[in-house]
Design a protein around this ligand. Structure first.
Ligand SMILES: [Zn+2]
Length: 308
């Protein structure tokens, strides 16, 4: 058999190589931007702005506590494959800092809180020099986080800028309505009953924005366990104000708040569990509570129904 000249093999190789390159380019052009978020609240902002233009996923599902969350092997793979990563910041995802720092050297990893002026944050009483991370509970503050998400989506995916601009504008208007609705509904609670007692101090921004005093048993992170004195102090406060209800949270253990209820009953004041609030995680995917608007709205209703 006569051997073909070398250049024919070379030519075939070059053709195959360029075909493969075209295929790769098509994949990038047709493929959606892969966006990974930590919390469901950030995921919801991405979906409201980008819809199915992106392939988005949240690492932390319903009932998951972000303060204690550690990235699994599966999460690390998702984060490595992502084109754009959003997290809350302000130490909410306290155990994921190293992961974000490493990935931030090779791809956009954005904390949605970084462009909000420090003056709008609540200082942490527990950890001096840091801020309360639960910014989603003041809807007007969360709007700034949503604006950041919008900006970063446009930078990473400029082809879809027009649709992102339109969706963002309309979503921000819905958030304006939500903010006003929550304010009205909390104001319907009599002044003397306007005290929100929860397992951990997630609702500080909520209290300031909507006019209700807030007292959390566990501080702004779930990392520290409440002591007996914390429970006793809260029992005294509830008794003195004759508060009707306290609340449990979907992402935090009920144990501590049950101790408060028991303590009040022993002192002759019958306080009941007013319901379960969505604090650091939203409700099940696909439900109303599984959206940011649904979560905030449902919380406000639960609080009003129990304290009014
Ligand atoms: Zn929290």
């Amino acid at each position: 058999m006569k051997l073909k000249p070398l250049y024919i093999y070379l030519l075939a190789f070059i053709v195959l190589l360029s075909l493969e390159q075209c295929r790769q380019k098509d994949k990038v052009r047709n493929g959606k931007l892969k966006v990974i978020t930590t919390t469901g609240m950030i995921y919801d902002a991405v979906i409201n702005i980008a819809g199915d233009r992106v392939d988005a996923q949240a690492l932390m599902g319903p009932g998951v506590d972000p303060h204690l969350y550690k990235a699994t092997q599966g999460d690390l793979k998702k984060l490595q494959d992502a084109d754009l990563i959003f997290y809350n910041g302000l130490h909410l995802e306290g155990k994921m800092g190293d992961v974000f720092e490493k990935l931030g050297r090779i791809k956009p990893v954005k904390a949605i809180s970084t462009e909000i002026p420090d003056s709008l944050f609540r200082a942490s009483e527990l950890y001096p020099g840091t801020y309360d991370p639960h910014i989603w509970f003041d809807v007007s503050l969360w709007k700034q986080a949503v604006t950041r998400v919008h900006k970063e989506l446009v930078i990473s995916d400029p082809e879809n800028k027009n649709i992102y601009d339109l969706n963002s504008e309309s979503y921000l208007k819905s958030l304006d309505s939500l903010h006003e609705a929550v304010k009205l509904s909390i104001h319907s609670i009599p002044d003397s009953q306007r005290l929100l007692i929860t397992a951990h101090d997630a609702f500080g921004y909520f209290g300031e924005a909507y006019g209700i005093e807030v007292n959390g048993l566990q501080g702004i992170s779930t990392l520290s366990e409440p002591g007996l004195k914390d429970v006793a102090d809260l029992v005294d406060l509830i008794n003195s104000k004759k508060i009707k209800a306290v609340f449990i949270e979907t992402s935090v253990s009920k144990k501590a708040i049950n101790a408060v209820v028991e303590g009040c009953r022993k002192k002759g004041h019958d306080v009941h569990i007013g319901g379960s609030l969505y604090s650091d995680a939203m409700g099940p995917f696909g439900s109303f509570e599984g959206t940011y608007i649904g979560m905030v709205h449902t919380n406000a209703q639960t609080i009003v129904n129990a304290l009014k």
